[in-house]
Design a binder for this molecule. Sequence first.
Ligand SMILES: [Zn+2]
Ligand SMILES: [Zn+2]
Length: 182
Amino acid sequence: MTIIRRACCHGSVHFNHDNRTGPELSAALVNAGDDCDLEELLRDHAIRRPALDARSAAALRAWARRLRPVFTASSAEERCVVLNALLDDAAGRIHLTTHDGLSPHLHLVADEEDVVARVRAVMAGGLAVLTAWTGGTRLGACERARCGTVFVDTSRGGRRRYCTARCGNADAVARHRAAARR
Ligand SMILES: [Zn+2]
Ligand SMILES: [Zn+2]
């Protein structure tokens, strides 16, 4: 699996796999700072017709606050409760599409819907599918205090604890210092 790291909106990891768009975009949106250009972020994740006005950008920021608990959930049950509430609000009619010459894949809302409705469905649906396929073990948040970056865990063993090796090293140093003080 090819992994490409991008500089914008730190913490996001990208894969060359269609089914990763929803989880990837979700993590990037949760990690996006206030100064992040959300339209550019959508474009980076190959979202079609990504133009955002102020109102739709605000709607996406509100949605991001609801997405964070999917990554930080402490149990599969808790993650399912959060995701079901997102699906209730975002998913419409499930149907197959072949738009833009792509191979058949599932959409949860009609293609004519506005960009907010479309990306909310992509994110809720993608997170739900990933959770069903992996038992919910592939979504997480960095354990370093005050980091808060969320991620999709693509490591072989699926035991990733930090957003980056840098955070892992910094946390190890902090724990070592705390132990030395005791
Ligand atoms: Zn599509
Ligand atoms: Zn981190």
